[in-house]
Design a protein around this ligand. Structure first.
Ligand SMILES: *Cc1c(COP(=O)(O)O)cnc(C)c1O
Length: 367
């Protein structure tokens, strides 16, 4: 493993700071490692300032450097299609109307609030649903902004869960993170804190830091939702990151996004779900790709998602089957989708399609 970074000493390679400081951000730097296609060269040039590029050496090391269609490369290297108006005009910068009453706050469900704490990310994923914030530069919420958020929380007594997102919330320094979590914990009606982080995938070295793990554990119950999209992202390092979180009592769940060219293949998805269970990560969601401007070329049909769900059922434990969901535009919520299993009914006899093949009649008298 480690590809072109074999010579980096382990103490640097295992340092999150080193991974962040050595991110690949320019065409010239990236050309040292891969031969860019014209589509990518123009992509990097034309997305500059709009949807910038940053790739950790670790994430780059997961690529097959010879393959322009490599699933890691598709998620990390800009392409010209991101700014092609005829393709992207179907998308909107913010299809979910996320901007709420306070900067960074979205309060869509009565019991849960979403708070985006920074625009910084270790890697700027090309399919990001919040691509609109890339151009704001790398900025984190100030203590004053956190205080305003906490004041809002204190007034909203129905809220049981705070969902921290970004950007990358765990890119906050330890001091800021401790401040944020301890202020949230002052609010008695908040039961759980959920952190949406992609660092287990993009820079798992962050979790090799004992202090971070202790901060998370101190503010328990904290749940982690991460974002593995392809089996190639499951490595010794990402498994170690998850293992360290679990040892500190922090459950790790996963949300995958269905992406054309990356994982829109039933066998790839089955391998991903199996590999997740092996590292004790529970696959919770498979999201249909959102109509986000700049990322719309990753979308597949809904039929493709249903085909994948149908393939998974019966081939992996139930706990390895995520819920396939579409986030409705306009902030109208996430809806689950399932292939049809109940295919007919006559009197009290129901006809089911079995995941093992064939139809089964089931007569069910309800008293
Ligand atoms: C997705 C989302 C949530 C969390 O939904 P879950 O189904 O609990 O994962 C909460 N608030 C907003 C605004 C969201 O977009």
């Amino acid at each position: 493993m480690r590809g072109p970074f074999k010579k980096v000493p382990p103490e640097l390679w295992r340092s999150y700071q080193w991974q962040i400081q050595n991110r690949i951000k320019t065409k010239e730097e990236l050309s040292r490692y891969i031969r860019l296609t014209p589509e990518e060269e123009q992509g990097i040039e034309r997305t500059a300032g709009l949807y910038p590029m940053a790739i950790t050496p670790y994430y780059l090391s997961l690529m097959n450097l010879e393959d322009p269609e490599d699933p890691i490369r598709l998620q990390a290297v800009p392409r010209k299609v991101e700014v092609e108006e005829d393709v992207q005009s179907l998308g909107e910068p913010d299809p979910f109307r996320e901007e709420g009453p306070i900067p960074g706050l979205t309060h869509r469900y009565p019991d849960r609030v979403l708070f985006t704490v920074t625009t910084f990310c270790a890697v700027y994923c090309r399919h990001c649903m919040r691509k609109r914030i890339f151009q704001e530069g790398e900025r984190s919420r100030s203590k004053e902004e956190i205080d305003r958020f906490v004041a809002y929380l204190k007034e909203e007594e129905e809220v049981r869960e705070v969902l921290l997102s970004g950007g990358e919330p765990l890119s906050l320094g330890n001091e800021k993170l401790r401040y944020l979590l301890s202020r949230i914990r002052e609010v008695r009606h908040v039961e759980i804190i959920r952190i949406g982080t992609r660092l287990p995938v993009l820079a798992p070295q962050r979790f090799f830091e004992e202090e971070l793990l202790e901060i998370l554990e101190e503010h328990s119950p904290v749940w982690i939702n991460t974002h593995f999209n392809h089996p190639a992202e499951i490595t010794e390092e990402s498994a170690e990151a998850v293992d360290r979180l679990l040892r500190h009592g922090i459950p790790v769940n996963n949300q995958t996004v269905l992406l054309r060219g990356v994982n829109d293949d039933p066998q790839v998805m089955l391998r991903l779900m199996r590999e997740l269970l092996k590292i004790k990560v529970r696959p919770v969601y498979l999201f249909h790709c959102d109509p986000v401007k700049g990322a719309i070329h990753f979308r597949t049909s809904i039929e493709k998602g249903l085909e994948i769900m149908d393939y998974l059922r019966g081939r992996i434990a139930g706990m390895g089957v995520p819920t396939y969901a579409v986030d409705l535009p306009g902030g109208k919520g996430k809806v689950p989708l399932l292939p049809e299993y109940l295919v007919g009914k006559s009197g009290s006899t129901y006809t089911f399609r079995s995941p093992l093949g064939g139809l089964v009649e089931y007569t069910l008298e309800v008293s």
